[in-house]
Structure formats: C-alpha cells, structure tokens
Design a protein around this ligand. Structure first.
Ligand code: 26W
Length: 822
C-alpha cells in the first residue's frame, strides 16, 4: 500500500520535491516564502526519512521471518555524526537533492550545515561503533546498536585566551528528525533495594530483588541505512524517564518537593555523556548509566526472542551480544539475572547460554582506563547483580583451582574481585570470564592484551583471544568527505571501491599517469583551500596553500604526545631564527582535540600550543614559513573538512599505548602521508602501503618496555640533544608565556624528571623523520607517488573488512538481504 504514496517513497526528482514541499507545509508549518534554512533542513530530512521507513519495516519483517541471527552491539558511545548527507548518499539521491535545491537558489552544502552534530561519544571507540553500524547495514547483516540517548553529548569546546573552556552540548535543542520514540517498548530498570531468598515447598530456593527504585527506559530509534541497498538497521538509544511512582503518592508539600527532586534525579541518568576517555572515574552515576542501558537492552533482546520462540535454549543461535569495551560488561551478570530469576533457568544452562552469546572487545591498555567499581557502592546500587557476580567468581575460581591447585597468587590476580582495603569489581575480568571471545583492535594491541594486560587469562583460555583490526567506513570517510577524490577514483577504476575498498589497488595502474598525478595534487589543493577557509574564518588569517598542512587531530592525552609535536615546532622555530636562510619547506601545523575537563596537564598542553602559536604566528622573521593553529571543538563534521585537507598525518603515540587509532586510516585514505611510531594500526598501515611511503620514527613497544624496566632517565637524552635542550629551556624561560613565566613549569618538570611517555627518547628521531618529510615535499612527483601508494593500498582499513571478520569469526552471522517486493 505504502509503495503507492509516491511523495513518500518515490525517487524521481518530482516525487522528492513534492515530498519536501509537503513536509515544509505539514511538518514545519511553513510555506516556501517563510521557510528558514533550518526549516528546509528539517523538510529534506523528513522527506529522506520517509524513504527509509518502508525499507526499515521490511528489514525488520525479513529478519523476523527468516529467523536471522543478529548482532546486538552494546556501546556506551555512538559518535554517529550528521545523518542527512550520509543518508542521501546511501540512498543514491545526493546529487538529485543538490540540483533540485540549486534550482531554487539554495545550496545543499549550506543546508547540511544546519544539522547539529550528535556528539554521543568521546573519540575512537564511539566513532568505531558508528562505522560498524554503517558497515553492518551495507553488508546486509541484521544488527542492532544499543546505547544511551544522552541529552548532552561531548561538551562544546571553546578556546578563550588559549585555554579550553567547556560548554554544554544541547544537541536536541532544534529537535531531531532522525529519531523515533517507541514508548510502547519502554522498560523498567531497578536500582537499590535488597535481595530476599524464598524457600519453596519443594525445597528449591529463589532470589527476589525487592524494595527497589524503578526508572523507565524509553527507546529512541534511529535508522541506519546501508550503501545503496534496502537494509535499514536500528540504533536504539535509551532515555531515562521517572516511573509513575514519582508522579503519585503525594500527600503534602514536602512529599511533593521530594517527588519532584527524585524525578529529576532518576531522569538525570541519561543526561550527559562522561567526557573522560581513557580514565575511569568510579562515579555512581556512571555505573547507573551502564546498568540502565544494559538492563534495557537485555530486556529488549529477551522480549524480542520470546516473541518468536517459546524457548531461550536457542538464544545464542539467534543473537550475538558484543561488548564495546567494559562499559557494558555488566551485561554478563544482567543476562544471568534475567535467565535465572525471571526465566527460571538453572545456573549451568544460563551460564552456557550467556557465554555462547557474548563477545568482548578491549580498546585500551592504559591501566587508568580499566574500570573497577567499589564493592560497597555496587552492593547498595545493584545488590542482586553483585550476588550474581560473586557466584560467577566463586565458580570461576574453582575452575582456576582445578587447573592450578595451590596457586593462591594466581587466583588473586585472576579474581573478578580485587582485594584491598576496599574491594573492587574488575569489569574486564567479568567480561572475559563471561564471553566466548575476547579481541583487541590491532595486531600489536591484541598481542599485548595476551602478553601484558591479561597473561593469566590467556594462559587459561588461549583460544578465546583474537584480533580484529579496526577499520573505518569509506562511505563517510572518502565518498562523502572527499567528493573530488572519489570522482577521480571512480573515473579511473569505476565505482566498486565504495563497496569493496580493496578495489583501490586498481588505481596503482595510474601511478605514473601524469594526468592523474596532477589531478591528485589539484584535488588536495582544493581540499586545502576548503580547510584554509575555515581557518581564515576562525583565526583571521589564511594559511599558505603551498605549505605542508601538518595535522594532529585526536583527543588530547599525554600518551598521544601532542607535546612532542609542539616540541618539534619550537625546535624548528629556533632553527629558523638562528639560521634565517635555512631552507625548509613552509608548514602549517594544525591541531584539534578535546581534553577531559579534569585533565589539567592536557589542558595545559592546549594552552602551550596556543601560546606557541601566538608567538610564532606573529614573529615577522618567520613570516608564513611556520604557522600554528589550534582548531576548537574538533568533532566528526570538522574532521570531514580537516582530514581531506591534510598533507601529513601525525600518529606519534608512545609505542604500545595506542590500541589501534582510526584517524590514521582516514588520513591515509584521503591522501595524507603518515609520520608515525610503530604503534597500534600504524604498523599494519605501514605494512600495507610500504615502508618507503611512511615516515617512521621512534622506539618500538618492546624497546619502550625494556627501557622502562632498566630505569629510564630523560636527562640522558636531553644532555645529548642540543635541540631538545634548547626547546625545553625556551619553554622554561617563559618565552611563550611572558605574562606568567612559570606557567609551563609543570610541563617542563614532567619532561625533565619523569617523561612518562618518553618524548625525550624519541625526540631526535622524530626531528629526523620530519626533516625527511621536508625533503620529500620539495619533490612533488616523489610525494605524489607516495600518496598514490597510500591510496592504492589502504583497502584493508575499510570497516567492511573488519565487520566481515567479526561476522565470520565471532558472531557467526550470515547476510540477510532485503527485498522490497517480497
Ligand atoms: C572509563 C573511561 C574510559 C572511557 C572511554 C576509558 C576508555 C575509553 C575508551 C576505550 C577510549 C577509546 O576511545 N579508545 C580508543 O578506541 C579506538 C577504537 O578501538 C582505538 O582506535 C584507539 O586506539 C583507542 O584509544
């Protein structure tokens, strides 16, 4: 029936125009004359959404009828970015929309800017979840993303006088045309209370979690469309709503006010995303968030399963649950609770089902990122869940005992409960014990998970551990963000690469084609121009397009070593001041990234970069040979402009610290060359694109470990490197902070005394690699060769490849194509 409503589903230019006009009228209540750009954005988005809806329903129907196994991707973060351009592209009507707006004197590019960027994630982990959702739909796998509908995403970053200032990100203030609330699927989630044991007449015992406070989870669904197919999967995000009891049982003014307070308190669960990445805080509200979305998601999974089957025995044949880091690890215990307490399944059977259904992905080796919850807090908030965790642990330690009798030390290391003055629940241990698969996100990282992070677990269950090297979706990170390069590629090798990125190897045939090479350079220049305009509008000067655009954009963290980049800039500056004739290529250094609001050292690094920028950018002796820019509020939509405009991609973490990195892949895919350490996926990128097309420097992970073990002393390196010494002295002298000469003393002290991330050890080699960059850039033909080698060999880093591996090796999923005529 619906198929006949051409203004709702039709794909001709006339159908689409009609649809947009109708939405302008009926959804926005406007006519063309009074419509603002925001109205136009909303009307186009609704018209686009209409085209997803019947595909969405058909996808659900097909999965149901075919009893297709699906993956439920549990993640506290989904950094999905703007939806309109992506949906238009995947529907195949981007150009149609462009021209039809053109006829009315409107520019699609401007309309797209009306959409607020949903920042429901911190960085790499959240963006990976978004790329995975897109790849799953493109590859036609049945998939649900489950997470939290934060009212406030990652904070908006402003730079005031060089310092980071945070502002609330009220991303829903203009409404959100992409989400659909499903009130009828709301779920109650229990907190606090106590556990009552009841003994039945037949002698069996059952546990009852009573006197709880209930919060309601309301799901909001966002459609995820595959690339030019009919698959539409669901991203289901839960929003916290006070349960009815807050609205009634009011007897007097005091009760009323308490009820209002408690209502606000329970709805605060989904209020705001925690902005710390890589550091676990141990806050009760965060644990509430985790249990809240996990309990809602598990309830939803079980409900849907029971609608189709009258048994739960086949649960692992029907669903795969993937835990995106430990943030949803409590799912192991919650699934056990539901199976045992609510479905009356015996422990052994419940455990078998839970383990068979669950997989766990680790994303970090940093000790401070490992989540641990104080047992007393856990017990108060989730008494029944803690009981179950203790029972899981008791049985697990028995298993350890059978394997290694009399090894108490090993039991202590393996236990889910960490002993100490205050006991803690180790969420990573719970996740490993309750899963059939544990994976890292790059070869090196997965190896380090086995040998450094969890060697005892690896000893116990070596077969459980595996690697799934990350990837990024080429639809957003090439097709959408770099239309000119996409067109140049398609012209030569046809358009198959967007579906199968390994087809990019075909472009290597054009490596020596002078016309193609010139086009690659022209496209980069155009993308630099686009980026330069953003810089000009925000910073009041236009960078030299002939300079090397040298970019480091990512979260601010000491292990990522933005400070090493900054030291290089200072050293380069000093070289140039000393030797004005020195013949180095001009560079524009571009930084972007947010620091966790409580991470003082990272915030000081931002201030240092901005103070250095201030001095160098205004030094007449330097002119435009060095410029430094810190672009504020780095997010997905800014990345889509920055990355295509980069010549150099800085991937310079201390080896062994960056689990994978995914920005590194996006840059190489857009024709930037990497300056990088042998860390995370850099290693595999270099392997693919060729060592001669990658600027390598620095210690390797095992060298870092060796040096740390034998007592690292940064002064050893500072003494031997005049350049490094000079740069440190200049910072310490207050040269960059004349208004507060000791401002950067903490930075210099850290480097001279501890240098936790070994910048000093890597500095000279980094400087050397950067010098080689210069030499190479002066030879444009040579540079272009390297760029094309990068483009032609980057296919492995499509998230399509990653997802295929998850589906085959962990989830056991098969594609389930959607036929709209069925
Ligand atoms: C509990 C606090 C907290 C919050 C977030 C700890 C850790 C995280 C994330 C795991 C941080 C994160 O985003 N990690 C990144 O994950 C990417 C996707 O796998 C990797 O590419 C990055 O190397 C890794 O830093």
């Amino acid at each position: 029936v619906v198929q006949n409503h051409s203004s709702r589903v039709g794909m001709t230019p006339e159908d689409l125009e009609q649809s947009v006009l109708e939405h302008l009228f009926y959804t926005c209540g406007k006519d063309l004359r009074s419509a603002t750009p925001l109205d136009v954005y909303r009307a186009i988005s609704h018209a686009t959404r209409d085209r997803l809806v019947h595909r969405w329903l058909q996808s659900k129907r097909t999965y149901f009828h075919h009893e297709a196994k699906r993956v439920c991707y549990l993640s506290a973060e989904f950094l999905i970015g703007r939806a309109l351009a992506q949906n238009l592209l995947n529907l195949g009507i981007y150009h149609l929309a462009e021209t039809s707006l053109d006829h009315r004197g409107l520019t699609l590019k401007d309309i797209l800017e009306e959409e607020l960027d949903p920042g429901l994630g911190n960085g790499g982990l959240g963006r990976l979840a978004a790329c995975f959702m897109e790849s799953l739909a493109t590859l036609q796998y049945p998939a649900y993303g489950y997470g939290i509908r934060y009212e406030f995403g990652i904070f908006d970053q402003e730079i005031a006088n060089g310092w980071q200032v945070e502002r609330g990100d009220d991303w829903l203030r203009r409404g959100n045309p992409w989400e659909v609330p499903r009130h009828e699927l709301s779920v109650g989630v229990n907190f606090y209370g106590r556990v009552e044991a009841r003994v039945h007449v037949d002698g069996t015992k059952s546990m009852h979690w009573v006197d709880t406070q209930t919060v309601i989870g309301v799901p909001y669904d966002t459609p995820i469309l595959g690339y030019q197919n009919n698959t539409v999967n669901t991203l289901r995000l839960w929003s916290a709503k006070a349960s009815k009891e807050f609205n009634f049982s009011v007897f007097n003014d005091g009760d009323y006010r308490r009820a209002v307070e408690e209502k606000a308190l329970s709805e605060s669960i989904s209020k705001v995303l925690y902005p710390n990445d890589e550091s676990a805080e141990g806050k009760e509200l965060r644990l509430k968030q985790q249990y809240f979305f996990v309990a809602c998601s598990i309830a939803d999974i079980i409900r849907r399963h029971k609608k189709r089957f009258d048994t739960l025995d086949n649960l692992p044949d029907q669903i795969a649950i993937q835990l995106n880091d430990t943030h949803p690890a409590i799912a192991v215990a919650e699934l056990m609770r539901v199976l045992i307490d609510e479905e009356s399944i015996a422990w052994e059977k419940a455990w078998e089902l839970t383990k068979a259904a669950t997989g766990f992905t680790n994303h970090t080796l940093l000790p401070e990122a490992l989540e641990k919850w104080p047992v007393p807090m856990f017990e108060r908030l989730l008494p029944r869940i803690l009981q179950i965790i203790y029972e899981i642990n008791r049985r697990f330690l028995l298993e350890v005992h059978v394997k290694w009798p009399n090894d108490d030390e090993r039991k202590r290391r393996l236990s889910i409960i960490e002993e100490g003055p205050v006991k803690h629940v180790r969420m990573a241990h719970l996740a490993v014990v309750g899963s059939h698969s544990v994976n890292g996100v790059a070869e090196l990282h997965s190896e380090l998970v086995c040998t450094q992070l969890m060697p005892d677990f690896h000893d116990m269950w070596p077969q459980r551990f595996n690697n799934k090297t990350n990837g990024v979706t080429p639809r957003r990170w090439l097709l959408q963000c770099n239309p000119d390069l996409s067109e140049a590629l398609t012209e030569r090798i046809s358009d198959g690469w967007a579906r199968d990125l390994s087809e990019l190897t075909k472009i290597l045939e054009y490596k020596d084609d002078t016309e193609f090479r010139a086009e690659v350079r022209a496209i980069k220049r155009k993308n630099k121009e686009r980026l330069a305009k953003v810089i000009e509008s925000r910073h009041g000067f236009k960078p030299n397009l002939d300079s090397i655009f040298d970019v480091q954009v990512k979260r601010l963290h000491e292990y990522k070593r933005q400070l090493l980049n900054c030291l290089h800039i200072i050293a380069l500056y000093q070289d140039m001041k000393e030797n004005p004739e020195s013949d180095r290529a001009p560079r524009t250094f571009i930084f972007g990234g947010k620091a966790a609001p409580g991470y003082m050292m990272a915030k000081l690094h931002i201030k240092l970069i901005n103070d250095v920028a201030d001095i160098i950018n205004h030094d007449p002796a330097i002119r435009d040979r060095i410029k430094v820019v810190f672009l504020s509020n780095y997010n997905v939509s800014l990345a889509e402009i920055i990355i295509p405009g980069a010549d150099i991609s800085e991937q310079i973490s201390m080896a062994g610290k960056e689990a994978s990195g995914t920005g590194n892949m996006k840059f190489a895919m857009n024709g930037a060359l990497t300056v990088g350490t042998l860390d995370g996926a850099n290693i595999e990128i270099r392997e693919e694109v060729g060592a001669e097309n990658f600027f390598l420097f620095g210690l390797k992970a095992d060298e870092v470990r060796g040096l740390k073990g034998s007592g690292y002393n940064p002064n050893h390196y500072i003494e031997r490197s005049p350049r490094l010494r000079r740069a440190l002295d200049l910072i310490a002298s207050g040269f960059f902070s004349p208004d507060d000469p000791s401002r950067f003393q903490p930075v210099v002290n850290e480097l001279r005394n501890l240098d936790t991330y070994m910048l000093c050890a890597d500095f000279d080699d980094y400087f050397r690699a950067q010098f080689e960059v210069d030499q190479c850039y002066r030879d444009p033909e040579n540079w272009t060769s390297k760029v094309i080698e990068n483009l032609g060999n980057i296919g492995k880093f499509s998230s399509d490849r990653t997802i295929e591996q998850y589906c085959k090796e962990i989830w056991n999923l098969t594609p389930c194509p959607i036929d709209l005529t069925e």
